[in-house]
Structures are given as structure tokens and as C-alpha cells.
Write a protein that binds this ligand. Structure first.
Ligand code: SF4
Length: 192
């Protein structure tokens, strides 16, 4: 037990992310599916939905870096529906400016499955991967049907909710989820 409950929850979320990242890396290795270098197209989608809890580790990190108020100001002044963490001019593998603190939805999208009404797992991925990696995508589907392990979206959201049900039960447009995560951290330490 650390000295505060919120930090413990943040660490539990990060542990869940570490486990998920390992499952995704194994799935990518088995299927060869991969993001285009420098892409970030999925991040431009307006109003990506996210929970407050999945951005708690990020908000705690900002607090420790004395950047929480600055980001809260940015979020409060912005009316953009596109994620404010996205940096369209960023060089390198992707456009996320806080990649190690990206949310659960950011990690799942592209390399996780949802379960359809027949109980079958369906890979949820982007059109670029579907179009440019046609064979690998088709093979991945076949391998999943034959039992290849693939992260299942709702199972990860259930695990997230088991860390803190109240902070994980509601989905918000991503910039609102980011703002609420920072507000949660600032108010927690304001009253401590
Ligand atoms: S947090 Fe990062 S990965 Fe997630 S939507 Fe925003 S820019 Fe994209």
C-alpha cells in the first residue's frame, strides 16, 4: 500500500496497460499486423469515447510534473472534439504526445476484438490496416477463429471497472475525460 489511494489506483491501471500491451505485442507478432509509421490517423477521429479512469495515470503524472493546471487550462479553453494530446506535427512513429500515458481505447483500437451477437470475436481495426495489409488481416481473422489469443475490448473495460467502478462506468468525449481526470487529481490533493 502506498501512502495514497489515488496513486494505488493509477498504478493498478498502469499494470493493466502493461499486461494489455504484452498481449497486443504477441498478437502483432503472430499476425504481423502493424500501424503505418507516423500514422496517427485514428487519433483524428472526433469525440473518441473514453473513461476518466484510463487517464488517471496521465493526470497523476502531470500533477507530479507540476503541469496539471496548465493542461487543465488548455482543455478548458479548447472546444475541439479531437484529442488535445494529439500533436499533428510530431516526428517519429506516431502523433501521440503522451504515448506512454495514452488511454485504454488508444491501446485497444486496431489490435483487439469485440464479441458479436453469436459470441464470435471480431477484430476491430482501421481501414488503412484492412486495405494495406489485406492478407495479414484475413489471416488474423482465421487465426482468431482457430483460437489465436486476442485482447477482447469489453473484458479490459471490466478489469478497468474492477479498479474503480465510479471512474470507469461513464464514457465521455476524450477531452472531457482528460479534463475530468485532471480535476479528480487536483481536488483529491487539494483536500488531502
Ligand atoms: S491519447 Fe494519444 S493515442 Fe489516444 S487519442 Fe489522444 S493522441 Fe491518440
Amino acid at each position: 500500500m502506498t501512502d495514497d489511494e489515488l496513486t494505488d489506483k493509477g498504478k493498478a491501471v498502469q499494470l493493466l496497460f502493461t499486461q494489455l500491451d504484452a498481449s497486443i505485442a504477441s498478437f502483432q507478432k503472430n499476425t504481423t499486423l502493424h500501424c503505418q509509421l507516423g500514422c496517427g490517423k485514428c487519433c483524428f477521429k472526433p469525440d473518441i469515447e473514453a473513461t476518466v479512469l484510463e487517464f488517471l495515470p496521465w493526470a497523476l503524472y502531470l500533477y507530479r510534473q507540476h503541469q496539471a493546471e496548465e493542461w487543465l487550462e488548455k482543455l478548458n479553453q479548447s472546444d475541439s472534439s479531437v484529442c488535445l494530446i494529439l500533436n499533428p506535427t510530431q516526428e517519429g512513429a506516431g502523433l501521440c504526445s503522451q504515448y506512454s500515458y495514452r488511454g485504454l481505447i488508444c491501446r485497444l483500437f486496431g489490435y483487439a476484438a469485440r464479441t458479436n451477437k453469436y459470441g464470435k470475436k471480431e477484430l476491430v481495426t482501421c481501414t488503412i490496416i484492412k486495405d494495406e495489409q489485406k492478407n495479414a488481416f484475413k489471416n488474423a481473422h482465421e487465426q482468431i477463429a482457430l483460437g489465436l489469443p486476442v485482447p477482447v475490448m469489453h473484458e479490459y473495460y471490466l478489469q478497468l471497472a474492477s479498479i474503480d467502478f465510479d471512474l470507469a462506468r461513464e464514457f465521455f468525449p476524450i477531452n472531457i475525460a482528460l479534463r475530468k481526470a485532471i480535476e479528480k487529481v487536483l481536488s483529491y490533493y487539494a483536500y488531502r
